[in-house]
Design a protein around this ligand. Structure first.
Ligand code: IMP
Ligand code: MG
Length: 186
């Protein structure tokens, strides 16, 4: 596992923010909660690419209920540290979710734009239910009204990296979560 204490990514310094053991512990808890809430059901987990793939892989291995997986791909950040304010769909959902219990899996909810866009799109396909699990939530930055059913960690408005999340496509391979060093947060 790649777990440095600090890392330089695209010439900017990031410090360890959420350790691997904190992640493991919290994700196991989320898994137990979802297991309980969906007992006897067969939900389909829909991961939002690219950022959510590592979280989804770890979360799913804590579930003992029957479940399926599929992915959609969105893009909102481009190569910047702030959201572009526009969401584009890069890969559509393949699975038929009509009358299914859907669990949307996201790495981080920032403004909430991607999540509200996604929920509205999926509702058109008439699932039985939609719930949302996000590993991180930047609550103070959230402007769109989205209902988050399961949140791993509430975090302040800091740019984070690692565990699937990138900065201009780099840093997804870090096994822990890092935050931009204090003196670099504008
Ligand atoms: P939102 O639409 O503003 O909520 O942004 C959500 C998406 O932007 C997430 O799915 C992430 O892919 C990306 N994102 C938001 N904040 C960060 C961050 O701090 N680091 C890396 N990616 C982020
Ligand atoms: Mg994402």
């Amino acid at each position: 596992m790649y777990k440095p204490d600090h890392v330089i990514c695209n010439n900017e310094k990031f410090d360890l923010y959420i350790s691997k053991s904190q992640l493991d512990e919290r994700i196991a808890e989320l898994g137990r909660q979802i297991d309980e809430d969906y007992e006897g059901k067969r939900p389909i987990l829909i991961g939002i690419l690219n950022g959510a793939y590592i979280f989804l892989a770890d979360l799913m291995r804590h579930l003992s209920i029957s479940c399926e997986v599929d992915f959609i791909k969105l893009s909102s950040y481009g190569d910047e540290k702030v959201s572009s304010g526009k969401v584009t769909e890069r890969k559509e959902l393949d699975a038929d979710i009509e009358s299914r219990h859907v669990i949307l899996v996201e790495d981080i909810v920032d403004t909430g734009l991607s999540m509200s866009f996604m929920i509205n799109k999926l509702k058109e396909r008439h699932p039985e239910s939609i719930s949302v699990v996000t590993l991180l939530h930047k609550k103070v930055a959230t402007k769109y009204d989205v209902n988050l059913d399961y949140v791993g960690f509430e975090i302040p408005n800091r740019f984070v990296l690692g565990y699937g999340m990138d900065y201009a496509q780099e840093g997804r391979n870090l096994a822990q979560i890092y935050a931009l060093s204090d003196n670099q947060n504008a």
